[in-house]
Design a protein around this ligand. Structure first.
Ligand code: SF4
Length: 278
């Protein structure tokens, strides 16, 4: 039995078994990431798709994903690779590549506008060791690293990767502890601490998906954007529109007018507010 301290869950994992995320497992009494180098998706994407709007606009970034996640968002857009119950098949099917191979691939695509590697699609930090090892090599090639994360990780994990990360998009899915605890099985305070520390070390943009009747009140947006502005009014905020997905099909897509109204409120305290999926 060993304890994983990567996220707030602190799973106690038996020898040979995995924690809640379906990734971290115990072997010879040590917690390791079973998805190290296992890539389920690889694509050259515009950086605006991450989304990042104020970091090398107009460039491309090689985006790599593995499997596993430590949240259980019922509206997940990547559940096939994120929910461990669904992602089980990737344990054997995913192609394994080394940090050197991924860094070399990033350099190969330089002449197509690629500026580096984005760790994305599933939650990259449940397998942070691969992020750390690859990102170091990407820097050695004079390229940049982007992390797209739910921010559900301990500061000890952040410390391991931050020297190699140039930009992050971090989800701040709500400003309600109940939303985090009950709807997505997460922890709001851990994300807030993660964001507050990350902004000290790299470029950070934040994304909030607005779900009807869950996190769409003007009062919540006011509190969320004021808190972000307290860190810096220059942090970009992406306010994004929900569409029915996966286990959340019981409501319509968010009204576009609602997104524009919440963006107006966020602009009372933040300089850069973007709307998404509208
Ligand atoms: S990263 Fe995974 S194994 Fe570790 S505490 Fe979080 S859910 Fe549990």
């Amino acid at each position: 039995m060993a304890e994983c301290k990567v996220c707030f869950r602190h799973c106690n994992i038996k020898e040979g078994e995995r924690g809640f995320c379906g990734v971290r497992k115990v072997q010879d009494g040590v917690v390791t990431a079973d998805n190290y180098g296992k890539i389920t998706s690889l694509a050259l994407d515009p950086i605006e798709k991450k989304p990042l709007r104020r970091f090398h606009p107009g460039s491309m970034i090689l985006s790599a994903g593995s499997y596993g996640c430590n949240l259980r968002c019922p509206f997940c857009q990547n559940y096939e690779i994120s929910w461990s119950e669904e992602a089980k098949r990737f344990e054997s099917e995913a192609e394994r590549i080394s940090p050197e191979e991924l860094a070399d691939t990033a350099a190969y695509y330089r002449d197509r506008g690629n500026i580096g590697v984005a760790f994305t699609y599933n939650e990259p930090l449940v397998g942070y060791e691969f992020v750390r090892d690859t990102a170091r090599l990407v820097h050695e090639k004079g390229m940049v690293n982007v992390l797209v994360t739910n921010g559900m990780a301990d500061l000890s994990v952040l410390k391991e990767i931050l020297p190699w990360i140039d930009a992050m998009n971090i989800d701040l899915k709500s400003f309600s502890g109940d939303f985090y605890r009950n709807l997505i099985l997460g922890d709001l305070e851990m994300v807030k601490t993660f964001i507050a520390e990350s902004v000290k070390g790299c470029h950070v943009e934040i994304t909030t998906l607005i779900i009807p009747d869950e996190n769409d009140s003007e009062e919540e947006m006011r509190r969320l954007s004021s808190w972000v502005a307290g860190l810096s009014p220059e942090i970009p905020l992406h306010i994004s529109r929900f569409f029915p997905r996966f286990h959340m099909q019981d409501r319509n897509a968010t009204d576009v007018k609602k997104i524009y109204r919440l963006a107006e409120i966020a602009r009372e305290s933040l300089q850069y507010v973007y709307t998404g999926n509208c």
